[in-house]
Every structure is written in structure tokens, then in C-alpha cells.
Design a protein around this ligand. Sequence first.
Ligand SMILES: Cc1cc2nc3c(=O)[nH]c(=O)nc-3n(C[C@H](O)[C@H](O)[C@H](O)COP(=O)(O)OP(=O)(O)OC[C@H]3O[C@@H](n4cnc5c(N)ncnc54)[C@H](O)[C@@H]3O)c2cc1C
Length: 522
Amino acid sequence: MTTNDRITRFTIVGGGSAGWLAASLLVASLNRRNDGPDTEVTVIESPNLPIIGVGEATTLSTFVTFAQMRIDEQDFLNHCDASFKGAVRFKGWNINSDGSDGDYYHPFDAPKPIFGVHPAYHYHRRAVRGTQQPSFAHSMSVLPTLMDANRAPKMLESDPFEGLANYSFHLDASLMGEYLKNYCTTLGVTYISDDVTDVTLDERGFVSALELKERSTHPVEFVIDCSGFRSLILRQAMGEDFIPYGDHLLCDRALAVQIPHREGAPLEPYTTSTALGAGWSWNVPLYSRRGTGYVFSSQFRTDDEAIDEFLEHLGEDGKDAEPRVIPMAIGRARHSWVKNCLGVGLSAGFIEPLESTSFHLIQVAIRRFLDHLPDRNCDPVLIDRYNHLVTDMYEDIRDFIAMHYAISNREGGFWETARGENVIPERVRERLALWKHKLPTELDIETTNPLFTEWSYLYVLFGKNFVDDVEYPLEAAVSDEDYDEFVATMDKQRQQLLFQAPDHRRFLDSLREKGTEAWYRP
Ligand SMILES: Cc1cc2nc3c(=O)[nH]c(=O)nc-3n(C[C@H](O)[C@H](O)[C@H](O)COP(=O)(O)OP(=O)(O)OC[C@H]3O[C@@H](n4cnc5c(N)ncnc54)[C@H](O)[C@@H]3O)c2cc1C
């Protein structure tokens, strides 16, 4: 590469979460050196097409990204109506042997091995012998205890992005967009409010310009398509194929609505997913309101039927609710990087939001792109490697989500179809067969740097009673004394955390009383 080939201008189309997260990460990464060559970043957002406006639960990667961006955590929490998230709680995804609804946590942390052996084997050995013990997640992680008590995962005196335990956030998607917009424009990102009406490709098929409705032609060196489900450039202008995941994941529509908190109710520091007749309902508690909805399959419910079922599920809480219907294209672009266009966010793909994976996908897409930063020629070697990694990531997440359905024992047309032999992805079937003989370890997850480690799989497998009727040869070798020590240490840690961790709502109230100085300042 010669200096002249360096990309000096990035154009981002779309001002939803994907657009602003992409702009934030680019500008924070490429313009760090004060004496370095500046990279121009421009965000073009239609004033006429609203953002999707859902997407309020995040994973640990958002915590990491915000910390790296040096965002003022207190300011962010206050401005974005944010709250803490330490786990996803699954209700009714399985029916227990006594007929009660299964209820388990998938927390954001995991213990270390006990003398080289997974503590899961120790836990399982006791479970098989009929020893009474707390749930698997309560035994392996400190977070469920904090979640049950509705505690914040940090103290008021804690440093920004320092917790008593791992955490991420619930946030208002529109407010976060505004917040990141301010962050970006403070750091020199140019914002254009206009509609892209046409895309010009050069003789190599590279995007050379965008036609804007109100302004003149906007020349392009490299474009990041964050135009949402429209996929204006990647799929519409460049003709990239869409690989649907509908054969493996049946849900293709959602209802979404915002409702008030119940008077006097505690503020839950976790997302809840409750199984319903043809899918599941999310509950995301923000500081001042709840975001809720129903992700369902149109094969099994019309919109009207889904609305009736959802409102019944909400009961009195949903008395004034008027849910909006959102069609969901589940799948991914065959390649999310094509020539000088990178698709990020919904324009590149979407997997149902059961584990709040979209923000993660957005952040990882940009991080991996930065790791493969091209010059203006966009060498195919970089593109191929990037696309390979991103495809791997999508399939990994798809399979993890599909596993939730594959091992559910709920009855009814939707649930029985969702775990049908031909619906479960082949890799999920292979893994489940393997895990009837051994518990998952990191060696079983072939994906590069997966979002879901073996611990996520373990929380789901134990939570759904998948391992109840199995005895694993290795557990005959584990020592009861070693596990007693582990249990005692974990108990002590939990007691200490309960002593230190404040009530979730009170913590956020106090942040507001303290007030914040300003929005992000570089
Ligand atoms: C039901 C549901 C629940 C979800 N829950 C979660 C969750 O809990 N956690 C999570 O991480 N994710 C979740 N997601 C995904 C999340 O909402 C999205 O990944 C995220 O909001 C990013 O969207 P986006 O920016 O790609 O698209 P959008 O928000 O749709 O933004 C598209 C942007 O492109 C612009 N645009 C489009 N066409 C043009 C044009 N011609 N010219 C100029 N601009 C244009 C629009 O104006 C808009 O600004 C959920 C999604 C759904 C459907």
C-alpha cells in the first residue's frame, strides 16, 4: 500500500444503533493519535425513515465497548434511562417433572475449574445422587443471588465500569442513539440528515457515490451500510444474497410496546424471557419504564391472535398497551463485506433477540473490520477472511439460540415443530449427542472467539434438565472435599456481595440525585 491508498473517508448510511455504534468505534479507534492522519467519518441518516427503536438489552461486549470508548458511565446511565443487566432469566421454557414451569438464569459469569476439573461435574455428581442443592446457576455463579435480591452489581463508590460482579446494561435505544450521536459529533463525525436515493457503482462494482435527495452527490471511498432491514447498499444496490435461517428458527415477527413499571415493584437487574404459545415474550426493565414484546412465528399465530395472547400475558400491566408489529428477516447476507461496502447491523443480518446478540454482532463486526482494515483497493484476502469469521459468528449464535428450542419439552404445535429433527441444525444435534456423554468444554465450541462459551451452554443444559438422566464417567473421579471447599468459598463471596451491593433502583436514584456534569467530553 502507498500512503495515497489509505482510506481517508468512511461514509455510514443509517443513524440507528448500528450506524452510531459503528461511527463511535471507527472514530475512537482511527483518530486516537493527535498527530496522526485524521480519518473523516460521515453519518447519513434519513429524516423520513425512523430507526427500528427496539434493542434495549445488551451483552458484556457493550460494557467493554463503552469502557474502551471512555464514555462516562454515570452520565450514560442517566441519559439513556439505563439499568444494569447481569443475566437473562428464562421462565417456562421447560416444564419440570412436577408440572411446574422451569425457571433458570443464564448469568454473565462463571467459576474457574476446581483442580483442572469443571465444577459442573461436581455439581452433577451430587444432583444424580439426589443431594439437595441450589440451582446450577445459583451454585456456579454469584449473580443469580444478586438478581433474586434485585441488587445493583456495583457500589456507588465503585469506579466507572468496575463491578462487584460482571454486568452489562439495559438501555433506551433511541436515547442511546442520541447519546452516541453527541459522542461522535464531539469527536468530529459529520452528520447529514438526508435520504440516499441512488447508489452509483464504478466499473469494478465498487460504490463510488451516493445520490442524496436534498444535497449534491456524495462521493464514497468506503461505505458502511447500516440502513436496517432495507439493506439499501449491500443487498439492494450490490445484490448480495440473503441466507434465511427460517428453516432452523421459526419466529419471524414481533410485537413491541413500552409499559410503565408496576407501582412499588423492584427494578430487576436482568432481562426476562417467558415462553408463550408460539414463541416468547421479553421484559427489559429500564430505569423509568419497561420494554416488552412477543417474538412469535407467523406459521402458528396471526398478528391478531398474537396480540390477544400477548395482552393476556401482560394482564393488568398491559391495559393501555398498543403493541406495534415488526416483521423480522431472520438470517444473514451471504457476505457482509463486499468490495468497498460493509454491512453492519440489521442490514447484514439478524437472529431473534433471545440472548440480545445484535449489539454484540455490531460491535464485533466493526472490531473485526478494524483488525482487517483495508486500503482503497480492499484486497479480497482481507475480505474473505473477514467474511469467514463473521459467518462463523452468525452460525454460532444461530445454533446457540436453536438449542434453546431443541431441548425444550413444552407442548404445542410451535414448540414441537421447533424441536423437530429437520429443524434442529446439524451441529446442534451433534453437540447434544456428545453432551449426553460428556459435559461441554471450550474444545467443543469450534468458533473463533465465541460469544457463548461452554458456560453459556452449561447454564442452558442444566437449566432445562437436559443432563438429568445422564451419568458422566468423569464424575466418578471428582472429590467431594474439593467441591465442599468450592461451595464454601462461593457462599462466602455471595454473603459479602449481598452485604455490599445496593438495591438496584436505589443505586440508580442516587446517581440521578448526584446529577451528571455533562455529556461525553473527550
Ligand atoms: C423485536 C426486536 C427486538 C430486539 N431486541 C434486541 C435486544 O434486546 N438487544 C439487541 O442487541 N438487539 C435487539 N434487536 C436488534 C436491534 O434492534 C438492532 O440490531 C439495532 O437497533 C440496530 O438496528 P440498525 O441500526 O441496523 O437499523 P435501524 O434502527 O432500522 O436503522 C436504520 C437507519 O437507516 C436509515 N436509512 C434507511 N434507509 C435510508 C436511506 N435511503 N437514506 C438514509 N438513511 C436511511 C434510517 O433512517 C435509520 O436511521 C431487536 C430487534 C427486534 C426486531
